[in-house]
Design a protein. Sequence first.
Length: 112
Amino acid sequence: MAKQNPDLSLLFHALSDPTRRMMLTRLAQGPAPVSELAGPTGLRLPTVMRHLSVLEGAGLVATQKDGRVRSCAIVPEALAPMRDWLDEQRALWEARLDRLDDYVMTLMKEPK
């Protein structure tokens, strides 16, 4: 088995939850306080904080406390390992499909 990047598991886990994806979508517009992220979810603050902890553990979000307000910001470069892995997988499967297409075309050209 090929050596795997442990960050990939953290990233895929963090993005596996729709609430966390929604939070990242909001943070893509700019930094936001936790209370603003919690509002549309309908979740209690401790649950939202656990979701943010998962995002922060994966390196997708950075938080900063200013007085009583905790603000979050997205860290887009944290997606690089996932993007690289997906690009590798795409290239691998495109090459396989190209070989399959070549094989099928060869079979179709052969006389019966």
